[in-house]
Write a protein that binds this ligand. Structure first.
Ligand code: DX5
Ligand code: ZN
Length: 229
């Protein structure tokens, strides 16, 4: 199946909760992924940080590969790295279905977005809270996904910044139906509904799942709260 086919699946149906695996137990990755599958999540969000574009350092291709071996769920790889163009191919080979890079990490995103699409992956573009939508407006036709950061990229567990809601509303008017809008950072019981109402179809959640005893209960509760009223 074409990897881009996953984009169609994600566009259909209710808003999707994407667990961010930053806080999961990497010593028990298989068990963690099984629990998330049983909780009914529709894709996994993998946060790759290089200690340069952001201060934090996480993991790279080997963990993406390990996830690929363990699940058929789409893998949404969020690159918080400098020079993402140098690594796109490797993340594709590792099994990424969607590759999202930061607008702040490149001079012009268009070339990298096209490179990602040529590999048959979904092409995503992320913007930090201080980056205006206007900066990426020209690149939107090349985006399969736009990731609006509601915290500054780098760490889980930060508080939600409401500027993300304004940007989602702005983007909703600018992108076509085929472009997914996603939000990432501080999404929890108190913020998820506003995100959905502002236009986010994909809701990336870290702490509000992984700090809970039952992933299934957490995902169910968040999904209910995210449903359109
Ligand atoms: C932050 C990451 C997020 C984050 C989400 O740079 O991109 O995916 O870890 O975690 P919470 O939900 O705890 O903000
Ligand atoms: Zn992320």
């Amino acid at each position: 199946m074409s990897r881009r086919r996953h984009l169609v699946d994600l566009r259909q149906g209710p808003p999707a909760i994407l667990p961010s695996l930053l806080l999961c137990d990497f010593g028990n990755l298989e068990r963690e992924i099984r629990q998330l599958e049983e909780a009914g999540v529709r894709a996994l969000h993998l946060d790759v940080m290089d200690g340069r574009f952001v201060k934090n350092l996480t993991y790279g291709m080997p963990i993406v590969e390990a996830c690929r071996r363990l699940t058929d769920l789409p893998l949404d790889v969020h690159l918080m790295i400098e020079q993402p163009q140098d690594y796109v191919k490797q993340f594709h080979n590792a099994g990424a279905d969607i590759i999202t890079m930061h607008a702040e990490a490149v001079d012009s995103p268009s070339g990298v977005l096209s490179q990602i699409r040529e590999l048959d992956c979904g092409a995503g573009l992320a913007i930090n809270p201080e980056t205006p939508v206007e900066l990426i407006e020209d690149s939107l036709p090349l985006c399969d996904l736009v990731l609006v950061m509601s915290v500054k990229a780098g760490f889980g567990g930060q508080s939600f910044q409401t500027v993300a809601l304004e940007k989602l509303r702005q983007l909703k008017d600018l992108v076509g139906e085929e472009t997914l809008l996603a939000v990432d950072g501080g999404v929890n019981d108190g913020t998820i509904h506003d995100c959905q109402a502002a236009g986010a179809q994909l809701l990336v959640v870290g702490s509000a799942i992984f700090r809970e005893a039952s992933y299934r209960d957490a995902v169910r509760k968040l999904t209910d709260l995210a449903l359109p009223v």
